[in-house]
Ligand binder design. Structure first.
Ligand code: ATP
Length: 262
């Protein structure tokens, strides 16, 4: 759960516990707390009072069927969609009205549903866009290609012409390049073969081991439950179960029909 990442902004989500004592790092602190979170579209409420606590470190799986509100939840956390009420606290800082770019600078990165890359730009250009957060392009590329060697072979290729799995790998790499403390991933598995999904989640597990807290939304649960440290199930905008991955897995088919296969 601890890590070796760079210094956080004072109120940021990077490296909670980085300067704390060893005792403190053994006792993970909340990196994200949601209380009574409500949100919707126009008059239609989609999230009906979500309460969640995500501890720093590890992988937190958010499961649930189509239309449950999982993507909306991530958008609200990332500042891309307003909450109508409730509170969002990140690493002790209330961020209800924080702008997405402010949240990004303090260490949050979202991989949205679909592919979080610019299809008409090359791999290299996709990575260079991260420089607006301060790092040098050469540094970003060097680190990225060391961690994701497959992308080095593709550096001049347009992202949109790569396989779905490679595009998701690039989306992960772009987030990692921002040195995040909190990584939000929306359905990494979408449209991909189970073997590719497993490879991608192995990368996600590695990213989490490096000290990044990951919140991963998935409809198809088995792979993510294999690497998650805790999980919640959301149906129709409400948390209906929270617990250890093995507990959640055993209840899953009763909570929403059948979607536990990869
Ligand atoms: P999926 O896996 O299908 O994306 P989800 O659990 O992520 O499902 P959301 O995408 O958050 O669910 O959608 C929750 C509800 O909000 C659905 O009924 C959806 O139709 C509705 N919704 C989502 N986006 C919008 C929007 N931009 N305008 C109006 N309604 C929306």
């Amino acid at each position: 759960m601890s890590s070796s990442m760079t210094a956080p902004s004072p109120n940021g989500v990077r490296q909670p516990g980085q300067t704390e004592s060893a005792d403190r790092t053994l006792d993970p602190q909340p990196i994200l707390e949601l209380r009574g979170l409500r949100a919707g579209y126009g008059a239609i409420e989609v999230l009906h009072g979500i309460d969640l606590t995500v501890l720093a470190g590890g992988i937190f799986a958010v499961l649930g069927p189509n239309g449950a509100g999982k993507s909306t939840l991530l958008k609200v956390i990332a500042g891309l969609h307003p909450a109508s009420s409730g509170t969002i606290t990140m690493a002790g800082r209330e961020v209800n009205r924080a702008r997405p770019d402010d949240l990004a600078r303090s260490g949050l990165c979202l991989i949205p549903e679909g592919r979080g890359v610019f299809p008409n730009l090359t791999v290299e250009e996709n990575l260079r866009l991260i420089t607006h957060l301060g790092a040098r392009a050469s540094e970003i590329e060097e680190r990225t290609y060391a961690q994701f060697p497959q992308l080095a072979d593709r550096r001049k290729q347009l992202a949109g012409t790569m396989s779905g799995g490679e595009q998701q790998m690039l989306a992960l790499a772009r987030c990692v390049a921002t040195d995040p403390g909190l990584l939000l991933i929306d359905e990494l598995s979408m449209g991909l073969a189970p073997r590719i999904v497993e490879t991608l989640y192995e990368l996600v597990a590695e990213i989490a081991r490096s000290g990044v807290t990951v919140i991963a939304v998935e409809q198809f649960a088995r792979t993510i439950l294999g690497i998650a440290s805790s999980a919640v199930v959301i149906t129709t905008g409400r948390v209906v179960m929270a617990g250890r991955p093995d507990q959640v897995e055993s209840e899953l088919s009763g909570l929403y029909l059948g979607n536990v296969a990869d």
